[in-house]
Design a protein around this ligand. Sequence first.
Ligand code: AMP
Length: 129
Amino acid sequence: MPTVFTKIINGEIPSYKIAENENYYAFLDINPLMEGHTLVVPKQETDYIFDLDPDSLAGLTLFAQQVAGKIRKATGCNRVAVMVLGLEVPHAHIHLIPMNRESDIDFHKHKPKITPDRFEAIAEKIRQA
Ligand code: AMP
């Protein structure tokens, strides 16, 4: 069974795409902690991030660095937090979350409700940054 992220990469499930290259894909998290919360995934389906071969892991990190730069520019955030959880979706992914203060990064807090139009506007702003 392909993961939900593989279905997104293959275009079987829609996503608010931020960036893509041959090996990696970035898109907005559908249940964001902050506006601009993005997931970066390898196209190769691997559950645990540290099971990726070293070159793939290095490439994923460099791709995430590029995307984080765009997120920071687009949102004006202080920093972009980097998190790896992977408890929900068994496909390696890095969370990139714009933050201004530590309390922004709380997975139990009330999450902002974002309309499809707003998601698209945020994605476009990050893509253009
Ligand atoms: P975790 O595996 O604990 O790192 O969490 C998986 C993340 O994937 C959560 O933040 C979800 O909101 C996000 N997510 C799950 N399905 C989708 C989807 N179809 N589009 C965008 N994000 C998703």
